[in-house]
Design a protein around this ligand. Structure first.
Ligand SMILES: [Zn+2]
Length: 260
């Protein structure tokens, strides 16, 4: 099937006032603990997600690869690390989006590793109890990203799936865009506390979940989001999950695990 310009279709449903009301809002579907616990069934369509923002990240039904949205285009990064335009009927079990508006723009510092990039961003962000959307366009001297193949039932927990099946891609001197968020620590049962980035190259051909990098020249744009809207799944699996667990160890395994 040919990919449809569904971002245009979805924009038709949005009035200008609805856009301005949601301008400072992070929209999230489901919670990180639901995903960590192994609820990978996607029930929220990309068509609906695209109405909530033009920038964001997440995953797809059955944990099939990585989701990255930039400039209103939603991409599916498959398990081979290749990017394809998503179709409106695709579904997500966990995603977050916002209508990106630059509130602060700064040059990217060069030769920063990921932890140093986080420290640089910390120095730019003042509203640390709000959610920040962060876009970084530039050259990356090195970048390692990951993706994941679709899972079948019974689903295993995310840390176990990542340890066994995550796929890794290493690139050098590559132009592209980082799409990410910073969540305050107090929201740690709802989303990943601190920073979380997905990457897509400048030609929008490949990408993934960011594990490590070394920055080159570029630009950082930050959007402060004081509003947080969360829609929770309405399926049996979600209804039965115990979601109030301490996720620190699972997050470390699931989100930063990297084979050398
Ligand atoms: Zn990710």
């Amino acid at each position: 099937m040919k990919t449809l310009p569904f971002w245009l279709i979805s924009l038709c449903f949005l009035s200008v006032s609805a856009i301005s009301q949601e301008r400072q809002q992070l929209f999230q579907y489901s919670t990180i603990n639901s995903l960590l616990d192994g609820n990978y069934d996607g029930h929220f369509s990309l068509k609906k997600l695209a109405r909530k923002g033009n920038f964001g990240l997440g995953t797809y039904d059955k944990l099939n690869g990585e989701l990255i949205a930039v400039d209103g285009l939603f991409y599916h990064i498959d398990a081979d690390g290749k990017a394809h335009l998503a179709t409106p009927d695709m579904k997500t079990p966990f995603a977050m989006v916002n209508h990106f508006t630059t509130e602060l723009s700064q040059p990217l510092k060069e030769n920063l590793e990921l932890e140093q990039l986080y420290q640089y961003l910390d120095s730019l962000i003042t509203r640390t109890n709000h959610i920040q959307a962060i876009r970084i366009d530039g050259t990356f001297r090195k970048i390692t990203v990951s993706s994941i193949p679709a899972q079948s039932k019974p689903y295993r927990k995310l840390a176990e799936v990542n340890a066994r099946e995550q796929t890794y891609f290493h690139y050098k001197n590559l132009q592209g865009t980082l799409v990410g968020y910073r969540f305050p620590d107090y929201m740690d049962n709802l989303n990943i506390p601190g920073y979380h980035f997905h990457f897509i190259d400048a030609n929008r051909k490949f990408g993934g979940h960011v594990l490590s990098l070394l920055t080159g020249k570029g630009k950082v744009d930050i959007d402060n989001l004081p509003q947080f809207k969360m829609l929770l799944p309405d399926d049996e699996a979600f209804a039965k999950q115990a979601l109030n667990f301490n996720n620190q160890e699972m997050l470390e395994k699931a989100e930063t695990n990297q084979k050398k």
